[in-house]
Design a protein around this ligand. Structure first.
Ligand SMILES: [Zn+2]
Length: 154
């Protein structure tokens, strides 16, 4: 395997915006002096401990990870790939997949949503049953439906 030229690596480190990669993963970054801070995607972060320095395009996690580096280190950690693979991904116009934080919140919300809609569905069935029974007890309504050709309410 040919070695990746250093100037190519340097160019990726300069040209691929860490801020864009992080925001592409759904990480909200807030300005903090010259830096940007946000929730670290690499550990269960509740206090923003991810620091991105747009000036030199470097990141650092001040929390549990105690790790950091360039866009290449970032992609290695996000994708779980080797240095060389990360460089290749970046050269191929790497786009981050939607984020861990987003996935986490979807997983948490989903069961609640399902329960609510199941409840709604049950309620709707009860309402329909009620109207069907009421309708069947009304000769006028049945006659009307028959005239309209929609009397099939069994
Ligand atoms: Zn971290």
């Amino acid at each position: 395997m040919a070695r990746i030229p250093d100037d190519q690596i340097e160019r990726l480190k300069q040209e691929v915006s860490l801020q864009r990669l992080a925001e592409g993963m759904g990480i909200t970054l807030k300005r903090h002096g010259a830096d940007l801070i946000g929730l670290c995607p690499f550990h269960d972060d509740h206090e923003p401990s991810l620091v991105i320095s747009p000036k030199n395009n470097l990141w650092h996690c001040l929390g549990a990870c105690q790790a950091g580096g360039s866009v290449i280190d970032w992609v290695m950690k996000v994708e779980g790939v080797s240095f060389r693979h990360a460089v290749e991904l970046l050269q191929a116009d790497y786009q981050p997949l939607a984020a861990d934080p987003v996935k986490r919140s979807t997983v948490q919300k989903l069961p609640t949503t399902l329960e609510t809609s199941a409840e709604d569905a049950r309620l709707l069935v009860q309402v329909i049953d009620y109207y069907r029974e009421t309708l069947k007890q009304s000769p006028e309504a049945l006659a009307y439906l028959e005239r309209r050709g929609i009397a099939n309410i069994e």
